[in-house]
Design a protein around this ligand. Structure first.
Ligand code: SF4
Length: 374
C-alpha cells in the first residue's frame, strides 16, 4: 500500500487549533503531522496559543522554515524577504508574504509524497481556502458538510462521469433511495442545473452515501485519499461552526487565542460617553494589511511597541494601507473618528441580530488569507 501522509497546518488561529483537537479526539489513528510556518512577526498571543496546543496534543508542532540561511541577517523571516523585495510592503494585490513565508515552505516540506492536508474552514464560512497546485496534495475540510475540495467535486460531477457515479451510487443506496436520487444523478449540469445545485441535492440525499461514492470515485484517480484502504472521515456528518470552535477550545483547556479578549473603549458621541468593544479578529502578523482600522487602533492602544514597529516599515512611500499612513491613523482625532465609526456600525448591527458577538469575526474572515488566519 502507498504511504500517505496526513498533515495539519497550525496558524496560531482558533480554527486550525480546534481542528487539531477535534481530529485527535475523533480520529486518533490518523497519525497527523502538525506543522507551523512562523513569519517571526506574529503576536505573543499567537505563540502562546501554539504552546498551549502543543501541551494539549502532547505532540510537537514542526516549524517549517521559509529560509535556510538568513544571509541578510534580518530580524525575522518576514524582514529577510522584505529586504529581498527592496522594502516593497506586501498587500492584498501583491501578497508575496504568504507565498514566500507560508505556501512555498509548505510545498517544500511536503515534497512528492501523497499527502492529505486537513484545513479548518468551518461549516459557516463561504470560502474555499488554499488548494495546493501540487497534484500529490489533497485538501480535506472536516468542519464542513462537504469535506471535499472544489477540484474533486468538479471532476466527479462533470457530465462525462454521470454513468460512473450512478453505478457507484447503486452500490451504496437501497432501491428506494436510488429511485429518489436518479433524477439528480442523471441530470446534466448546465445553466438550469449548476454544480452547486447538484452537490446540494446529493448531500441532501445523504452525506455518508455521498462521501462513500466520492471515496470510491477517488480510487479511480491519482488523488491521495484514493490510495487509502479506508478513510474514516467519510462517516462524518458534523458541521462545525464558530461557536463550536470556541467550545472545542474551551473544553480542551487550550482556550481561545488571547487577542479575542473583548476590551472596552470609550468614545464620545453627541456629547455622551459610549462604551464600545474591540478585539483583534484573527491570527497572523501584527502588521497584517488585512486588518480593519479598529484593529490598528487596538494595536496602537494594546501593543504600542508593535504599532511603532509597524510604523518603521512605512518608508520610501510604502504604506500598509492605501489611504493613510500609520502616523496619520495614530493622530488622536483620527483614533476617535475610527472608534465612532466602529461603535455606530456595530451598534446598528446589534439592533438587527441577536448573535452579534460573532459578527466582527465573521466579517473579518470574509477577506484575507486562508493560510495565515485559519
Ligand atoms: S498575516 Fe498578513 S502580512 Fe502576515 S504573511 Fe499573512 S497575509 Fe502576509
Amino acid at each position: 500500500m502507498t504511504k500517505v501522509r496526513h498533515v495539519l497546518g497550525i496558524s496560531g488561529g482558533k480554527d486550525s487549533a480546534a481542528l487539531a483537537l477535534y481530529l485527535r479526539d475523533l480520529y486518533p489513528n490518523l497519525n497527523i503531522e502538525y506543522y507551523t510556518s512562523d513569519t517571526g512577526r506574529e503576536l505573543d498571543e499567537t505563540y502562546a496559543l501554539i504552546e498551549r496546543l502543543k501541551s494539549a496534543l502532547g505532540r510537537d508542532i514542526t516549524e517549517i522554515k521559509s529560509i535556510e540561511n538568513n544571509n541578510t541577517n534580518a530580524e525575522s523571516n518576514f524582514d529577510h524577504f522584505l529586504e529581498l523585495y527592496g522594502g516593497y510592503l506586501p498587500s492584498s494585490m501583491a501578497r508575496w508574504c504568504t507565498k514566500k513565508l507560508k505556501l512555498e515552505p509548505f510545498e517544500d516540506y511536503i515534497g512528492e509524497e501523497p499527502t492529505i492536508s486537513y484545513v479548518g474552514i468551518r461549516g459557516d464560512e463561504d470560502r474555499e481556502g488554499y488548494i495546493s497546485k501540487k497534484s500529490n496534495v489533497q485538501s480535506i475540510f472536516p468542519f464542513r458538510e462537504n469535506i471535499w475540495s472544489e477540484d474533486v467535486i468538479k471532476k466527479m460531477l462533470s457530465n462525462q462521469n454521470i454513468e460512473q457515479i450512478q453505478s457507484l451510487y447503486r452500490e451504496v443506496l437501497s432501491t428506494n433511495e436510488l429511485e429518489s436520487a436518479i433524477p439528480y444523478l442523471s441530470k446534466k449540469l448546465g445553466l438550469n442545473f449548476t454544480q452547486k445545485q447538484k452537490l446540494e441535492a446529493l448531500l441532501r440525499i445523504g452525506v455518508k452515501s455521498f462521501n462513500k461514492v466520492v471515496f470510491q470515485f477517488l480510487k479511480t484517480t491519482d488523488y491521495p485519499v484514493g490510495k487509502l484502504d479506508s478513510f474514516p472521515l467519510i462517516e462524518n456528518e458534523d458541521i462545525i461552526r464558530l461557536d463550536d470552535v470556541f467550545q472545542i477550545l474551551e473544553e480542551s483547556g487550550v482556550g481561545a487565542p488571547g487577542y479575542y479578549k473583548k476590551l472596552e473603549y470609550e468614545v464620545e458621541i453627541d456629547g455622551e460617553i459610549k462604551k464600545g468593544i474591540y478585539a483583534r479578529s484573527r491570527s497572523g502578523c501584527f502588521f497584517c494589511f488585512y486588518q480593519q482600522k479598529i484593529e490598528w487602533v487596538w494595536l496602537l492602544e494594546q501593543h504600542p511597541q508593535l504599532f511603532e514597529k509597524a510604523m518603521t516599515y512605512e518608508v520610501d512611500g510604502y504604506t500598509w494601507m492605501q489611504e493613510e499612513t500609520l502616523e496619520e491613523l495614530a493622530q488622536p482625532e483620527r483614533v476617535i473618528a475610527i472608534k465612532k465609526e466602529h461603535y455606530l456600525r456595530t451598534h446598528r448591527t446589534q439592533s438587527k441580530f441577536a448573535n452579534n458577538w460573532q459578527d466582527d469575526i465573521l466579517e473579518a474572515e470574509g477577506v484575507g488569507c486562508a493560510s495565515c488566519f485559519i
